[in-house]
Design a protein around this ligand. Structure first.
Ligand code: PEP
Length: 247
């Protein structure tokens, strides 16, 4: 099974109109790549990013979405609004949202459902904390997180991208070794196989301190189909090098 690699930049709460323009210009000049590339910007910049990427082989996405369709949810952005601008991917369940906004497994699953209902692709993040890994609970935690999404989406689970992001590796400079990452990806793939006959076509990304010098090794593993990149997606040269490593 050959799956086309996917590399997604998660800008988190970084950037400015000027910095984004410089970053996107650098990326456009550095491409095209063999794999698929996408960037997820903060919400206020999405429209401008969409305009800048028109006609380019770089997709764009959002970092979060409301689980609700519309109404009295001050500060929230709906899936319909994102879809109206041509949004392709929406990250849901990032560990920073789970930790700082108390997002539950079920809320993350509901967000993924809202994204699919508007024909976009959710990137569902799962991952264990350092304490959970040290307690030998990695498999249990990621399976529980994915299981809520499988249960909610049923056969539509085949339409999501899953990102394994060990919390202890995010923004810390500590990357899971390719062996550690592959081990968890294989578990996730097996769990998906039990839920859908299309599990072999699904993309499983690794995220957590991916850099140009470790990307190729990670992406060469059997069940690692690309990466979700935080810090290293903010500089065009660094992100472009990671995108090349997925080629
Ligand atoms: C992320 O936030 O999704 C991430 C993987 O961050 P970093 O690459 O900075 O560890």
């Amino acid at each position: 099974m050959t799956r086309r690699k996917l590399v997604v930049g998660n800008w988190k709460m970084n950037g400015s109109r000027a910095a984004n323009a410089e970053l996107l210009a650098g990326l456009k000049a550095a491409g095209p790549w063999v794999g698929e590339v996408a960037v997820c910007s903060p919400a206020p910049y999405l429209g401008e990013v969409a305009l800048s990427l028109q006609g380019e082989a770089i997709h764009w996405g959002a970092q979060d979405v409301s689980a609700f369709e519309s109404g009295a949810y001050t500060g929230e952005v709906s899936a319909a609004m994102l879809a109206e601008f041509g949004c392709h991917y929406v990250i849901v369940g990032h560990s920073e949202r789970r930790a700082y906004h108390a997002e539950s497994d079920q809320l993350v699953a509901d967000k993924a459902k809202a994204v699919l209902a508007h024909r976009m692709t959710p990137i569902v993040c799962v991952g264990e904390t350092l304490a959970e890994r040290e307690a030998g609970q990695t498999a249990e935690v990621v399976k529980r997180q994915l299981s809520a999404v499988i249960h909610t989406l049923k056969s539509c689970i085949s339409q999501v991208v899953v990102a394994y992001e060990p919390v202890w590796a995010i923004g810390t400079g500590k990357t899971a070794s390719p062996e550690q990452a592959q081990e968890v990806h294989a578990l996730l793939r097996a769990q998906l196989q039990a839920a859908t006959e299309h599990a072999g076509d699904m993309k499983l990304l690794y995220g957590g301190s991916v850099k140009a010098d470790n990307a190729a090794d990670l992406f060469s593993r059997a069940d690692i189909d690309g990466g979700l990149i935080g810090g290293a997606s903010l500089k065009a040269v660094d992100f472009a090098a990671i995108c090349r490593a997925a080629g």
